[in-house]
Design a protein around this ligand. Structure first.
Ligand SMILES: Cc1cc2nc3c(=O)[nH]c(=O)nc-3n(C[C@H](O)[C@H](O)[C@H](O)COP(=O)(O)O)c2cc1C
Length: 168
C-alpha cells in the first residue's frame, strides 16, 4: 500500500459509520457481505446506495440478482459482521438465522432493521461499483437495541451524549 492510500484510509476512517450485511439470492443460493459504505440518497423516490468492491464474490451476484437486502447490524452482531467479511462465502449463512423479504433475499435475524431493494442503476466507482436501488420494503426490527459502529478500523459502540437530549 502506498503512503497516499494509507493516508486515505486513515482520513476516511475518521468518518464513523454503522455496519450492515448486504444479502442476495441467485439461483436459489444466498450470498452476503459486510459493508459500511451505505447511504440514503433520495426520499422521493426512496433510493439508497451501496458500494461494492469489484473483486468480491458479491459483486457478480448483485448484478445477477437485481435485488438485495441491507441488514443494519445491532451492537450484539459484531460476530455476524466478522463472518460476512471473512468466512468462505458458502459457509456464512450456516451461522445465522434468516427469513426471506418479498424479493426472496434473506433477512438476518437479530438485525436492527432491514431494507429490501430493487437495483435500478450501477455506476463505475474506480475499484468499486456504486449500486443504486429503490426501496421496495423496509422494517425496523429491534427498537430496544443499539447499532454496531465502525470507526478508524475498529468496532465501536454508541454512547448517548448528555447534551444531545431534547431541551425543556
Ligand atoms: C466493517 C467492514 C466494512 C466493509 N465495507 C465494505 C464495503 O462497503 N464494500 C465492500 O465491497 N467491502 C466492504 N468490506 C469488505 C467485505 O466485507 C469483504 O471483502 C468480504 O469478504 C467480501 O465478500 P465476498 O467476496 O464474498 O463478496 C467491509 C468489511 C468490514 C469488516
Amino acid at each position: 500500500m502506498t503512503e497516499q492510500s494509507m493516508l486515505f484510509r486513515r482520513v476516511l476512517g475518521s468518518f464513523a459509520t454503522g455496519v450492515a450485511v448486504v444479502t442476495t439470492k441467485t439461483d436459489g443460493r444466498y450470498f452476503g457481505l459486510t459493508i459500511n459504505s451505505f447511504t440514503s440518497v433520495s426520499l422521493e423516490p426512496m433510493l439508497i446506495q451501496i458500494n461494492i468492491a469489484k473483486n468480491t464474490t458479491s459483486h457478480e451476484t448483485m448484478n445477477a440478482s437485481r435485488h438485495f437486502v441491507v441488514n443494519i447490524l445491532a451492537e450484539d452482531q459484531q460476530l455476524v459482521s466478522t463472518i460476512f467479511a471473512g468466512a468462505p462465502p458458502a459457509e456464512r449463512f450456516d451461522h445465522v438465522e434468516t427469513w426471506e423479504a418479498s424479493s426472496g433475499c434473506p433477512v438476518i435475524e437479530g438485525s436492527l432493521a432491514y431494507i429490501d431493494v430493487r437495483l435500478t442503476a450501477t455506476y463505475d466507482g474506480g475499484d468499486h461499483t456504486i449500486f443504486l436501488g429503490e426501496v421496495v420494503e423496509m422494517q425496523p426490527l429491534r427498537d430496544d437495541a443499539s447499532p454496531l459502529l465502525y470507526y478508524r478500523g475498529r468496532y465501536e459502540r454508541l454512547a448517548t451524549r448528555e447534551d444531545s437530549r431534547p431541551q425543556g
